[in-house]
Ligand binder design. Structure first.
Ligand SMILES: NC(=O)c1ccc[n+]([C@@H]2O[C@H](COP(=O)([O-])OP(=O)(O)OC[C@H]3O[C@@H](n4cnc5c(N)ncnc54)[C@H](O)[C@@H]3O)[C@@H](O)[C@H]2O)c1
Length: 292
């Protein structure tokens, strides 16, 4: 699909990967781009993009991507002010990592403080539970942001194009037409499952099925859906890793022996947008060996 003269929505657009792809799309002469993020940097990023382009190209939308009302406001605004949204990159994401089942830190103290001896405790009908499960509230939050949000922003993009085609009485998309729209989902190498990431891995694995489904359904309207699985990218998200964690634990697993730059992921995304014969999953992991 031709990037120049199309209109894009990028969520998480003030974060590492979202910002890199937004800058790239503007450099490639995109007609308009919605800079969507919960962060108060939306206005600043949009202003800088407009300055670099020397024209009004970016529109700031500060809000929570999991809020359907917010989502429903972005697409019609872009359509009426700039044009039909044809490219969507729902890149907003969060980490809420923790082991699926943990032994409580203070379990020795629990035992020490217990008024009954371990021997007595063995006969208790209600023994002390030393374990804790990954909180359901966090699991739901991670699914909302990392699975539901990209799915619904993608579906909204397909709906806009489908609606346009019905209004124009264009019928089902035909192979001699140009591709009408492209959605790039941001998966992760963690979609294969990863220690400490039960919720994040589940969300990212779920995106594979969403990708396949939307690609099959969306092509009726001429919209392709693809997914990229980045490895360790140098962004604020990975900055939250403890010091030396990458160097000591992860680097030995990365064939290229380094973090990936967000611009490298942006380049790969551009390739996915522009080349219609690429479908399915692209692994952009710097030759990472399985982590689990
Ligand atoms: N950095 C990596 O190593 C890596 C690897 C694989 C996949 N990813 C994925 O790439 C995407 C971008 O990650 P990143 O590394 O750029 O992270 P980042 O933390 O730099 O950016 C994420 C952005 O999403 C925004 N955001 C989070 N929750 C939001 C919400 N509810 N509403 C609106 N905006 C919200 C944040 O404000 C932030 O600007 C994510 O989906 C992430 O899971 C990242």
């Amino acid at each position: 699909m031709n990037i120049a003269d199309s209109v894009a929505v990028v969520t998480g657009a003030t974060g590492g990967i979202g910002l890199a792809i937004s800058e790239k799309l503007v450099a490639l002469n995109i007609r308009g781009i919605a800079i969507v993020d919960v962060s108060d940097q939306c206005e600043v990023v949009s202003r800088l993009l407009n300055e670099s382009a020397g024209r009004q190209v970016a529109c700031a939308f500060q809000g929570d991507v999991t809020d359907p009302e917010f989502r429903n406001s972005v697409f019609p605004t872009m359509e009426s002010e700039v044009g039909l949204v044809q490219i969507c990159i729902p890149a907003a994401g969060i980490l809420r990592d923790s082991m699926a089942v943990k032994i409580k830190k203070n379990h020795h103290e629990d035992k020490k403080d217990s008024p009954i001896s371990p021997a007595e405790n063995a006969n208790e009908t209600d023994p002390i539970d030393h374990t804790e499960l990954y909180p359901e509230s966090l699991f739901r939050q991670v699914l909302e942001v990392n699975l539901l949000h990209p799915t619904y922003w993608a579906m909204q993009t397909i709906a806009g194009i489908a609606n346009y085609r019905v209004n124009e009485e264009l019928g089902s998309w035909q192979s001699q037409e140009a591709v009408q729209g492209v959605i790039i989902l941001i998966g992760s190498v963690s979609s294969r499952g990863n220690r400490g990431q039960v919720s994040y891995s589940a969300a990212k694995a779920g995106l594979n099925a969403v990708c396949t489904t939307l690609n099959v359904e969306g092509l009726y309207h001429g919209v392709q859906t693809k997914i990229i699985h980045p490895g360790f990218v140098s962004t604020p998200m990975t900055d939250s890793m403890p010091d030396q964690y990458f160097e000591e634990k992860l680097k030995p697993l990365v064939g290229l022996g380094r973090m990936i730059e967000p611009t490298e992921i942006a380049d790969a995304i551009v390739c996915l947008i522009e080349n219609p014969i690429i479908s399915g999953q692209l692994w952009a992991d710097a030759s990472l060996r399985p982590m689990i």
